[in-house]
Design a protein around this ligand. Structure first.
Ligand SMILES: [Zn+2]
Ligand SMILES: [Zn+2]
Length: 750
């Protein structure tokens, strides 16, 4: 029975595409016929329209040999042929010459817009709609333009059509809505876009199946999750009495179904899986927990000999990870995404706490001769903690979203009519315009201006607004660790006696000194965590004698210093690469993507104007974008590199990107000094607001800024003075300048 056979629709779909290919084949045949036939091809307006040969079309119409309303033997107009081949200039001309915009023709009795929609040609659709084409007309298969655009998987064309007067839940001849089609095709972006525009998850087709049923037929877990999260009824039964879950079992898609619900934090019945605390308390607990566990780990390592201490410390670390991932976050596995939680910033917080504690309880009192170093350490420690806190709490530069539907429609219309509606100018997830150098962060679910990277350590994106704080944090971290290590060394050198040459004598001597110091310290009561000194140095110690003595004298301090020094490795690389990037006016994202995309996310090797002017089929870029996340070094090593932020050097085409950096033209480049100034003033030097910067001015940033300043000078001193004050505030990240942007001249190749 058809209702129980989900593949029924597959045949329907196959039928549809077969029809398209027949049409295409017919197109090919008529092309061949024309070539072989008696009619010279310069006289065939259909052929010329197909090729986009505007010259020939114009000559034919002007000489009266053909008309824009002509039809070939299959009742197809030249406009059909121009539309299906995305010949926009020809389409425009034919429409000017009176071509019938909603002419139906071909086997499927379809309009030119439906032909364009099958291929997702957003600019052709835009042109035809501007000439009053009707998107609600259905072809002989019952598909209207919205269905056909959904079939094309072209997400930008879908976006455009969703803002035209056509019902989002309109059904084809067997009751399928566009959402069902998108779910069946496994088009995550289309599903998301349709849901954001209010597509119904409760719609039913003629077999009683809902969009959730269709998502299960495909078995794409993200589609399943999105539809369930949008409030789909998981117990809805089709006409054969099957729920989506029944269907998943039958089609062996139950694994994807379970994972989809798990990832959405739901049980198999769709109910929310409980966490022990509410969201706020969970976050707080995760932020605090690493500090406690780090104390346990440091203590374990300090009181036990290394051969038992190290495994036990490892077990404690695992315990912490277990509590965070499996208990507090209630994830199913240990490797599930934890970047949405403040886990890593908790580790930084804990490390800061114990470094500060050691400094305050030990180093300050015992290394009095190092007043200047102590001052420097205290300053860098406070700056580090403050900037860490600021990097976490500041908004990284979230890009604005349109205030209402009318504004959104205007944006889409403007981008489409200038041939720039694509993944680098428009964010499908935010349904908002995407500024240059911005990126959508999947963890935070927002677009961030001058996006650098999402940093789990600061539990935030690093973007235009908190990049300075991030740099200050990492810089003071490196300096602070260096000073801490220096003071620790000074401390151990002062409390431990110099090593005598006689290896047999040293243990007793050190032990004596240590007991004396320990007794003294205990009597003073200011070293509460220092355990009594062991009588002798363990014979199992494999470390050089001075280090062994240090670990024996104050193991807690030693372990904390070792842990801190471990962080030097990656922070040092991070600081170096960040400073290099700032001097080059590049973000981490641009460095890692330059090899693939060129500047500003366009295609590599093309100029910026070329990227902005490209016309066809840009909708697929969104898909490319989602897949790109899956690249990069795999496995555990990849995970570690990713956490440390070092993966940019290994993944994708970073090497090529770095090589290209020296040759590709960067319109934002102001030279090293200018770039650093621009960084520090969050775009003031260039005169831009990165969270709403959409175009590169034709004359360049510098010229635009100078012209604007000159204009302001002409308008009077008073205004300039006010601007100055504002600029200072902006330098501190408090004020905001007006954008003052001139619309740019577009290439009129659309
Ligand atoms: Zn976005
Ligand atoms: Zn983020």
């Amino acid at each position: 029975m058809a209702a129980s056979d989900p593949t029924g629709i597959v045949t329907a779909k196959a039928g549809a595409s077969a029809a398209v290919s027949i049409e295409n084949a017919e197109g090919g045949m008529s092309l061949k016929d024309a070539l072989n036939g008696t009619e010279p091809d310069s006289d065939n307006i259909f052929l010329a329209a197909q090729r986009g040969d505007l010259q020939v079309v114009r000559e034919l119409i002007e000489s009266g040999k053909a008309k824009a309303t002509d039809r070939d033997e299959q009742n197809i107009t030249p406009l059909h042929w121009a539309a299906i081949n995305a010949q926009i200039a020809t389409c425009k001309y034919l429409l000017e010459q009176g071509a019938e915009v909603d002419a139906v023709g071909g086997d499927l009795v379809a309009t030119p817009m439906q032909w364009a929609a099958r291929n997702g040609y957003v600019y052709v659709i835009q042109l035809l709609i501007a000439h009053n084409a009707d998107p609600t007309i259905s072809d002989s298969q019952g598909f209207n333009t919205l269905h056909l655009v959904t079939h094309s998987s072209s997400v930008m064309a879908l976006l455009y059509l969703l803002h035209q007067p056509i019902a989002i839940d309109s059904q084809d001849s067997v009751g399928h809505t566009s959402l069902m089609w998108a779910a069946y095709q496994g088009d995550v972006l289309s599903v998301e876009l349709l849901l954001k525009h209010g597509a119904s998850v409760h719609a039913r087709d003629d077999q009683g199946m809902t969009p959730l049923h269709w998502a299960v037929v495909r078995g794409n877990k993200t589609c399943i999750r999105k539809i369930v999260e949008a409030g789909a009824d998981m117990n809805a039964r089709d006409n054969a009495g099957k729920t989506a879950r029944d269907m998943a079992v039958e089609l062996k898609a139950i694994g994807a179904y379970r994972r989809a619900l798990e990832e959405g934090g739901m049980g198999e019945d769709g109910g929310r899986k409980g966490k022990p605390f509410n969201d706020r308390n969970t976050r707080f607990a995760i932020l605090i927990l690493p500090a406690i566990f780090l104390y346990m780990i440091f203590t374990t390592l300090s009181i036990l000999p290394w051969y038992t201490g190290v495994p036990l410390a490892g077990a404690e670390f695992f315990g912490m990870h277990h509590i965070v991932t499996r208990v507090l976050l209630n994830h199913k596995s240990y490797t599930d995404n934890v970047t949405q939680s403040p886990y890593f910033s908790g580790i930084i917080t804990g490390s800061l706490v114990w470094v500060g504690f050691c400094w305050f309880t030990r180093l300050v009192h015992n290394t009095e001769g190092y007043a200047f170093t102590h001052l420097a350490f205290a300053i860098s420690f406070l700056l580090c903690a403050y900037n860490f806190f600021r990097a976490i709490t500041l908004d990284p530069g979230t890009c604005p979203k349109p205030a209402n539907d009318a504004e959104l429609k205007d944006i889409i219309e403007e981008l489409a009519s200038t041939g720039r509606l694509n993944g680098s100018t428009f964010c499908i997830y935010c349904v908002a315009r995407k500024p240059l150098r911005a990126k959508h962060c999947r963890v935070c679910d927002r677009c961030v201006g001058r996006f650098d990277h999402h940093c789990p350590w600061v539990w935030n994106c690093v973007g235009v607004n908190n990049h300075r704080q991030f740099i200050c944090f990492v810089l003071t971290l490196v300096i602070g660790i260096g000073l801490f290590d220096y003071l620790t060394y000074a401390y151990f050198s002062s409390v431990l006696p110099p090593m005598p040459d006689d290896p047999l004598g040293n243990s007793t001597m050190i032990a004596d000194t240590m007991s004396a110091v320990a007794t003294m310290a205990l009597s003073e009561g200011d070293m509460p965590t220092t355990p009594p000194a062991p009588p002798t140095i363990s014979s199992s110690c494999f470390l050089p004698a001075p280090i062994c003595a240090a670990t024996a004298y104050d193991p807690f301090l030693f372990v904390v210093a070792a842990w801190a020094s471990l962080q030097l490795s990656w922070t040092f690389v991070l600081v170096a690469s960040q400073l290099w990037q700032i001097a080059r006016q590049m973000t981490t994202l641009e460095v890692s993507n330059l090899g693939r995309f060129g500047y500003m996310g366009g295609r590599g090797g093309t100029s910026l104007s070329g990227q902005q002017g490209h016309t066809h089929n840009a909708g697929h870029e969104g898909h490319e974008h989602t897949h790109s996340h899956k690249h990069g070094a795999g496995g555990c090593w990849g995970f570690i590199l990713n956490i440390l932020g070092l993966d940019r050097f290994t993944k994708g085409k970073a090497g090529e990107g770095l090589a290209r950096a020296s040759t590709a033209a960067n319109p934002f480049d102001l030279g090293i000094i200018g770039n650093c100034k621009d960084f520090w003033t969050t775009g003031h030097e260039l005169g831009v607001e990165y969270d709403r910067l959409y175009d590169v001015p034709v004359e360049g940033f510098r010229a635009t800024r100078e012209r604007r300043l000159a204009e302001q000078r002409e308008r009077g001193e008073e205004y300039g003075a006010r601007r100055k004050g504002k600029g200072l505030l902006m330098g501190l990240g408090i004020g905001r300048s007006n954008a003052g942007y001139q619309p740019i001249r577009m290439d009129d190749q659309v």
